[in-house]
Structures are given as C-alpha cells and as structure tokens.
Design a protein around this ligand. Structure first.
Ligand code: DAH
Length: 344
C-alpha cells in the first residue's frame, strides 16, 4: 500500500505540473482528490489493515493528500500569474500616440440671448415663468381680450389641434396663467421665454416656430412711465449705455394704450443705414398697459391695480446682436454656424 501511495503521489504531481490551464488543473484536482478518486479509495480500504499498519498508512495518506494539495495551489498561482502576464502584454499602452481631441459643445445663440435677457430682468426683480406650448383657445386668445371671431385673431395665423386647442401663437397666455395662479396677489413681476408657432412660410425673416419673451408687471400704481423706464434700462444693458428707445402708438387687444417700441439702430447708432431702412430706429417689441378686462378675467380688480406688459422676439434681437442675415440659421443645427458662438 505504501508503494501504491507513493506512486499515486508521483503521478498526481506530474499531472499537475503538466496542466496547461485552469481547466486541466481542475480536472487533476477532481481526479486525485475527488470523492471517486484513488486516495479516497485507499482511505476507505483502511478498515482492512492491521492495528499497527493503520496509523502509519493513515499518516502517509494524509501526507500524500497534503503534498497534492500544495502542488495544486502552487500550480494555480503559477497559471494565474501567466494569465495576468499575457493580459499585461496584450494591453500595453503606447504613451507616444497623439491624444484624441475632445470636442466641446457650446450653447445655442438663442439660448445665450435668452439667458442674457433673463439675467437683466432677474436683476430688476423679475421671476422667470413658463407655460405650455400646446395651449387652449381660452388662454391664447379669450383671456387676452380676443373673443371668438374677433378680427384681431387674424393677426396671428394659428396651428389648431382641435377647435379648442392650438399651438400657442405668442407667450402672452402665460400672463393670464400667472395672474390666475397668483389669485389677486401683488406684485406680479415675471418674464416668460418660450417657443411660439404661427402659420407662416419660412424665409430669411419668417419662421413657423420662433421664440418670444413676455413680460408682465401688475401692482398698485403701475404707470406707463414704469414701462418706459424698465424697457430703457433693458435696452441699455442689452445693447449699450448710449441706447435710446421710442414708443409709437399701436394696437394690441390685451393692452390699452398699446405701443410699439423701437431702439436706436445698433448698426448706425441712429444715423440711418440699410439695416434700419434709413430711419435710425429698429422695432424690437410690442408693449402697453394691461387692458382692464384682461386683469378682471384673471381675477384682479382693475380699480385697485394696474399693470404693463411687453413681448419681444428673441430671434430678432439675436439677429441684430450678432449680425446674422437669415433666421433659418438658428434652426438648421449647422455646426459651421453654431461653432462661431463658442466664444461669445
Ligand atoms: N403677443 C404679441 C405678439 O405676439 C406681443 C405683445 C404685444 C405682447 C404687446 C405683449 C404686449 O405683452 O403688451 O405679437
């Protein structure tokens, strides 16, 4: 039996040394140490041995098992080292290769203009409000003193979804939504940037979708001079300290009186040029004192409070600010155009 054990040990060690990978090593483990292996068999047969022989053979069997186990362990470490070594070899990094350039994006010029305008008004105590682009006929028209069949509805050709739901044609519905939410509380002092939609054929100066910023102030004792002062402060910060503004009488159903507001031409500084059509002035927004009916419909007492409102086109301001000649550039995602705004 001693010879049997010695032979078994030598054979097992030889097989283990010959193993080329983990699979073969595991096979060897099962073969020599497994429940059905020769060592288990020998140990099982110990009962038949004499009392003197039993401890000697038992000790020897244990030594053989220990020798096989430690050989297995060493071989396992060796194989693992080999695998790691191979992996390290195949994964070498060539530090002399040139780096891959990272392309940084930048904010869209319209986003930049919106943020700049927001900052100016926030500094004057305004909050930024938002409203849905899919709007009800009520908020888009009726709550702004434009009842059904009112001729002024034709001023804005609309995309209707149903009889009562449409894509908002301006950001003015946010005026009514905000006042309703505030439930008669003053002051109301908001601006609202957002996309608006009109049935227009797209060309260099028109787009069926464009961006507006609405403004609304409601409080006790708000006057036309507050509107003028606010807009002048805005124009100076947006276009420069030398800016002047002028108000021309106009009509909007939701304001009375209404005005169109011009800034002195940013190109020629009021002298007259091609951009301002030799007038020295550029129209940038519509404004006025909030119509008493609009205040009443949204829950404000027009005997106690007054307000002013304005609405401007963001694209128009961006076109002027950056000297862009075609509004369609804003929507075409052409990187050659957009990349020019990475540093402004
Ligand atoms: N909503 C108007 C438009 O889209 C712009 C406008 C004019 C808004 C006068 C106002 C305002 O708040 O007071 O043409």
């Amino acid at each position: 039996m001693k010879e049997q054990l010695t032979a078994l040990r030598d054979e097992a060690i030889a097989v283990i040394h010959a193993a080329k990978n983990m699979n073969e090593l595991n096979e060897a483990r099962v073969k020599y140490l497994g429940k059905k292996g020769p060592l288990t068999e020998i140990l099982r047969g110990m009962g038949k041995l004499s009392a003197e022989e039993r401890p000697v053979i038992g000790q020897m069997a244990n030594d053989v098992r220990a020798a096989i186990e430690s050989t297995l362990e060493r071989k396992k470490e060796e194989l693992e080292r080999e695998v790691l070594q191979k992996k390290l070899m195949s994964e070498t990094i060539d530090v002399t290769l040139p780096g891959r350039p990272v392309h940084f994006g930048n904010r869209h010029p319209l986003t930049k203009v919106i943020e700049e305008i927001e900052d100016i008004f926030i500094a004057m105590g305004f909050e930024v409000a938002e409203g849905p682009e899919v709007e009800t006929d009520y908020y888009n028209f009726e709550a702004l003193n434009l009842p059904k069949n009112h001729p002024a509805r034709d001023m804005q050709d609309s995309f209707y979804i149903t009889d009562e739901i449409l894509m908002r044609t301006h950001t003015s519905p946010v005026q009514a939504r905000t006042m309703e939410r505030k439930q008669g509380e003053v002051p109301v002092k908001i601006i609202c940037p957002g996309k608006v939609y009109r049935r227009d054929d797209d060309d260099a100066t028109h787009s069926h979708m464009f961006t507006q910023i609405e403004g609304l102030v409601v409080d006790k004792g708000i006057r036309m001079s507050d509107l003028k002062g606010t807009l002048l402060a805005f124009a100076k910060q947006m276009f420069g300290e030398n800016q002047r503004i002028r108000l021309r009488p106009s009509f909007f159903p939701f304001t009375e009186p209404s005005a169109e507001v011009d800034i002195s031409c940013v190109i020629c500084n009021g002298v007259g040029c091609r951009v301002c059509k030799e007038t020295g002035w550029l129209e940038i927004l519509g404004a006025g004192m909030v119509h008493p009916k609009v205040l009443e419909m949204s829950g404000y007492d027009s005997e106690k409070v007054t307000g002013f409102a304005f609405g401007m086109g963001v694209e128009r301001i961006a076109l002027l600010k950056y000297g862009i000649e075609d509004i369609r550039h804003f929507y075409q995602s052409d990187l050659r155009f957009l990349k020019q705004f990475s540093r402004v």
